[in-house]
Design a protein around this ligand. Structure first.
Ligand code: SF4
Ligand code: SF4
Length: 294
């Protein structure tokens, strides 16, 4: 009690109250002048839309996980025209780049119309993550997670429209989403040199998009392991969101019953997806991205 009362006494100080400083006069003219000076030059931003279809919203979370990087993108390079979550604007508009998250439920007339309208109004369409690219959990989830209406109702967007760029993963990494956004900007608005770097960076993702409606553990089996290319690095197992791959005796062991066909293992395998055209440009690409995000 003694201690409590002494603390209480300390908090309720017996010292006379200090005089409150008088409010400073606001010099409106001066403030307006300062504000004008801080206005940043208008940057030739690219316009971006975000169509959100069927999925778990993990890709939106991954995008938001860029924190300061996302703010830099929105500040300098991207004019976000529509997105249900971050922009609170739903109607699809004419844009340079449209990012699509989620697969299309073909029993949902609105979803089918949305994906077709997205394609019609965007110069470049990006399939973001496993659901947009391959159907992923909306088609292949197991263990009582059955979607309604049915798994077979959900299609990858590539089954309905042409896709230009694919960002793999379930969910894709925040850095990869950020890097693609920077590179899309440099491709559309950069110098000749920057356009070349952006093309080198985006080329493998465009190649993936061209065959965009299937990827699974079987692909890594046929294209890497069976070819004797696997070096046992474990990247595929580390990337798998449902632990369908375990490393045994230094090699990946696949459990196809668990696989949700997200494509993350294929994308992460340095002996599979990685395009050797990019290697010689790696440092320059990295420097361009870092410089853009300063
Ligand atoms: S094995 Fe895992 S990472 Fe590979 S496609 Fe299947 S669920 Fe995705
Ligand atoms: S990521 Fe590729 S190289 Fe590495 S263990 Fe898996 S299959 Fe082998």
């Amino acid at each position: 009690m003694g201690l409590l009362s002494s603390v209480f006494k300390k908090n309720v100080s017996e010292e006379p109250p200090k005089p409150v400083a008088a409010p400073q006069k606001t010099d409106v003219a001066k403030k307006a002048e300062t504000t004008t000076k801080e206005v940043k030059p208008v940057v030739d931003k690219i316009t971006l839309g975000y169509t959100h279809l069927s999925g778990c919203t993990g890709c939106t979370v991954a995008l938001a996980d860029n924190y300061g990087g996302l703010l830099t993108l929105l500040d300098k390079y991207v004019d976000l025209k529509y997105m249900p979550t971050l922009a609170d604007v739903r109607h699809i508009q004419q844009v340079d780049v449209a990012i699509v998250e989620g697969s299309v439920c073909i029993q949902d007339k609105l979803a089918v119309e949305e994906i077709k309208e997205t394609r019609a109004k965007a110069a470049v369409v990006v399939a973001l993550g496993g659901c947009a690219a391959y159907g992923n959990i909306t088609r292949f989830a197991r263990g009582g997670q059955q979607n309604q209406p049915q798994h077979e109702s959900y299609l990858p967007i590539g089954d309905l429209i042409k896709v230009d760029v694919l960002i793999p993963g379930c969910a894709p990494t925040p850095e990869m989403i950020r890097n693609v956004a920077v590179m899309a900007y440099l491709l559309l608005k950069g110098t000749k040199e920057q356009k070349d770097l952006a093309t080198a960076y985006l080329k493998p993702l465009m190649t993936m998009a061209a065959g965009c409606n299937a990827a699974c553990a079987c692909d890594i089996m046929t294209s890497v392991i069976n070819q004797g290319l696997c070096m046992g690095c474990g990247s595929c197992a580390a990337a798998c969101p449902v632990r369908a791959i375990t490393m045994e005796f230094g090699k990946p062991n696949l459990n196809r019953d668990l696989c949700i066909k997200c494509g993350a293992c294929v994308a992460q395998c340095p002996r599979g997806f990685f395009n050797t055209d990019v290697i010689s440009e790696y440092e320059a690409i990295n420097e361009a991205i870092m410089a853009a995000l300063q």
